[in-house]
Write a protein that binds this ligand. Structure first.
Ligand code: PLP
Length: 411
């Protein structure tokens, strides 16, 4: 037998969602008439925009004719897409990103998880706590940590607690770190970071030769033009930041799959002898070796979100979710709960009342009002005492859930 990668044995089982499913199943068996509403999902529910569907249909037809058939595409994505991204997502906000600096993929989860491969295994990684699990597991698999402790934290990571006390904005690390994962607007807390705060991180990275891995999957949910949508809105970020963006939450591509990663040509790492190496060339090499690209049809669909009709249609879906977010936020506040997020993000982060733990509050919501959410402790120890609700449900279900919480939850 071949010996396996022992680091995989350190991975914690994905206990969170299986435990939620188990508790809901048990409750349903005992209360078969209860109409359960799920506001725990982190997946979109609105269908693809008509402009996207139309573009995909047209691309399928092109594939059917010898004159317009396409085989393997360009490794970093078609220029019809990268040029639109550069123009609409960056130039329109005063940020220069060259289309060549954009590498199209089939998801930010994979890009966030895989990017660590281009860095040394001894790199010290800093993570927000609570955190999106893909950043964690990719680095555990690569052997950058020891075992997980009883509190769920892996030895070797530098955790950056994000709680109401620091406005869900972490403090700069007090020790040297090489890689810093930041996610804004944040999943699960729904928090955003101001330009002033983000600049502190860019300055830290420049002073300490660190690289920021910036997950902007929810940038389309930002309502305030003063809140940065891209880390490249901060001066100096081109040299120290890689940015991840996805069509998943922006345009409902969670099932269709399309995303991109920006690696500016100015971003450098250090070779063993101290020579400067372009991070862009390494990521390009990694992707062209291990990833076959996003299909032509899907890239045409993604391109269509930048048409006038496409833009109007996707913002309609985002408005729909953000109205749900408002209903949840205001309804829960009326019910006497303390709520965070939900203003520039589809996540509402609720402080559990009366000193309840995240799981105790989960059980109370399930039993008292038949509403399912996600215990904050499942995202990391600093999520204990919080609870995540999402705005991705239908309007009807969202309103019904909030009404039940307002009238039926005994605090
Ligand atoms: C949903 C999500 C993504 C996007 O993942 P895809 O693989 O592109 O669907 C990235 N980061 C966070 C934090 C997310 O919640």
């Amino acid at each position: 037998m071949a010996e396996i990668n022992r680091h995989y044995l350190k991975l914690k089982s994905s206990y969170l969602f299986s435990e939620i499913a188990r508790r809901v199943r048990e409750f349903s068996t005992e209360h078969p008439d209860a109409k359960i509403i799920r506001l725990g999902i982190g997946d979109v529910t609105r269908p693809l925009a008509p402009a996207v569907v139309e573009a995909m249909h047209a691309a399928v037809d092109e594939m059917a004719r010898p004159e317009t058939f396409r085989g393997y595409g360009p490794e970093a994505g078609y220029s019809f897409l990268t040029e639109k991204i550069a123009a609409h997502d960056y130039a329109a906000r005063g940020v220069h990103i060259d289309p060549d600096e954009i590498i199209v993929s089939d998801g930010s989860k994979c890009d966030c998880g895989n990017i660590q491969e281009i860095f040394d295994t001894d790199s010290v990684v800093a993570l927000m706590d609570p955190v999106y699990p893909a950043y964690v597991d990719g680095n555990v698999m690569a052997g950058r940590t020891g075992e997980a402790g009883a509190d769920g934290r892996y030895e070797g990571f530098v955790y950056l607690p994000c709680t109401a006390e620091n406005n869900f904005t972490p403090q700069l690390p007090t020790q040297h770190v090489d890689l810093i994962y930041l996610c804004y607007p944040n999943n699960p807390t729904g928090a955003v970071m101001s330009k002033t705060e983000l600049k502190k991180w860019v300055d830290y990275a420049r002073a300490n030769e660190a690289v920021i891995l910036y997950d902007a999957a929810y940038e389309a949910y930002i309502r305030d033009p003063e809140v940065p949508r891209s880390i490249y809105e901060i001066e100096g970020a081109r040299e120290v930041a890689i940015e991840f963006r996805s069509f998943s939450k922006t345009a409902g591509f969670t099932g269709t799959r399309c995303a991109f990663t920006v690696v500016p040509k100015d971003a450098m790492g250090r070779g063993p002898d101290g020579t400067r190496v372009s991070l862009h060339s390494l990521w390009f090499r990694r992707q062209s070796t291990k990833f076959n690209g996003t299909s032509y049809i899907i890239q045409r669909g993604a391109e269509a979100i930048y048409t006038e009709a496409g833009r109007a249609q996707i913002s309609e879906a985002i408005d729909y979710y953000m109205e749900n977010a408002r209903i949840i936020r205001e309804g829960l506040a009326q019910a006497g709960l303390t709520v965070y997020g939900g203003v520039h993000a589809p996540y509402i982060w609720v402080k559990t009342p009366s000193g309840l733990t995240s799981w105790e509050f989960f059980d109370r919501l399930l039993h008292d009002v038949n509403v399912v959410g996600t215990p904050g402790s499942g995202f990391g120890p600093s999520g204990e005492g919080y609870f995540r609700l999402t705005a991705f449900g239908s309007r009807e279900q969202t309103e019904a859930a909030v009404e039940r919480i307002r009238t039926g939850l005994k605090l």
